[in-house]
Design a protein around this ligand. Structure first.
Ligand code: SF4
Length: 156
């Protein structure tokens, strides 16, 4: 059963925020000291997220995007990707990330079934990147993008 929005457009796409935490402190997003993070007891477990995605897939969702905060700071995120990649009906599993940890995880994420990443990047100037994110290094984000691009299954 495919659900439609009020304009009768089919709804195939679900975004899931897996954490409110982030390793950056972008000026337009957070105060310098960060925000009080939700307790782990108050966020969905991976098993609960899988249940939500299975139910959504049964309603016609085929595209799932993981977001945050920064999804790569949540412990065990590769395992969540593996769990969701196995859900019947989900054929496009992707992630939005700031890219700074992506070099470390790109291979494992791809092996687990992630198909696409979207890297949020505000500038290619190192000093400006530092000023906007308050603590990030542009070279880390670029290394993450390169790691994703180098992957054999990457679309050019
Ligand atoms: S990388 Fe994204 S989630 Fe993290 S502080 Fe910047 S805008 Fe917010």
């Amino acid at each position: 059963v495919t659900r439609c929005d009020s304009y009768q457009r089919p709804i195939h796409y679900l975004r899931i925020s897996v954490t409110d935490r982030c390793n950056l402190r972008c000026v337009y997003c957070m105060p310098p000291e960060g925000v009080d993070s939700c307790s782990h007891n108050n966020i969905l477990t991976y098993e609960e997220i899988e249940t939500v995605v299975r139910s959504a897939a049964g309603l016609g969702i085929s595209k799932v995007r993981l977001t945050g905060g920064e999804p790569l700071v949540r412990l065990g995120i590769v395992e969540l990707v593996r769990m969701l990649a196995r859900v019947p009906g989900v054929d496009d599993l992707s992630m939005t990330t700031n890219g700074t940890l992506l070099a470390r995880y790109a291979q494992d994420l791809a092996d687990a079934g992630l198909r696409r990443v979207n890297v949020s990047l505000d500038t290619l100037r190192p000093e400006r990147f530092r000023a906007i994110t308050r603590r990030g290094r542009l070279e880390d984000a670029l290394a993450g993008i390169e790691a994703a691009r180098r992957h054999p299954r990457a679309e050019r």
